[in-house]
Design a protein around this ligand. Sequence first.
Ligand code: FE2
Ligand code: FE2
Length: 331
Amino acid sequence: MYTQALDAPDPDALRAPPADASQLQQRFDARIDAGDFIEAKDWMPEHYRKTLVRQISQHAHSEIVGMLPEGNWISRAPTLKRKAILLAKVQDEGGHGLYLYAAAETLGTSRDQMIDALHSGKAKYSSIFNYPTLTWADVGTIGWLVDGAAIMNQVPLCRCSYAPYARAMIRICREESFHQRQGFESLLTMMQHGTDAQRAMVQDAVDRWWWPSIMMFGPPDDQSPNSAQSMRWGIKRISNDELRQKFIDATVDQAKVLGVTLPDPDLKWNEERGHHDHGTIDWDEFKRVLAGDGPCNRERLAARVKAWDEGAWVREAALAHAAKHAAGADA
Ligand SMILES: [Fe+2]
Ligand SMILES: [Fe+2]
């Protein structure tokens, strides 16, 4: 998942359900405790619904905005093979966004509402996509690190208690693993068969993407007050810090195979914990980018708004076509 446990506390959540809903609430809690999946037609508490709408729509926005940094390189991919792979990947991300918008719509929100929230700056998307792609090595690095982190986040969501979201995630995860592998393979090719300049380019890209990638898991657990509720509801299965640790442990060995250095002098194996320790994450940078002051925030939103405006005629034509069919006129 590209979400960052950004959910702000919801005042409605603190309200007790009405008396006649208490039985429904009990039944819902029992189903969650039993590990049942909740379907769109089932009763659910309003806070659960709102939390999911926020999370799934943020996730959808992240997929769609995530097309932009890599899309920047489609016209400059170094070979036909790399261009075909990148086109397929960027197209997959668009598809992920559509599955997720559809999953959010089952909760009673509309596509227009979600798009409005994105375009007005009200809705968040993953901050990672507010960083620029300066060289071709950034494309491989995004696949390796950003999609790698996304998989770590997304696999537990395949067991999310809300069934339409879980089903979307199963399809998405299959594609994400291809994204991660193509990125790693692209970097490996440059590291093993490239020139010194290409190897330096890979290292530079890794230096720039490493810290934003490990920030993708969201704030530390003790600063993530909504996580406990999401865990209780079976929306979130594994905490931010645990997921971050799993990602770091897996990535260190991959970096060795690639022959790149991860830019953290404090990154060391801790025998006692059986995990890698890492240096201090600059959460001020995270908050700054999240608040809209990253290197590309304005550019990314402007690109989305432009695409939406330029696509207005397609939406109008599709609606006119549908209306004509509904009226029984085929001509
Ligand atoms: Fe994706
Ligand atoms: Fe991806």
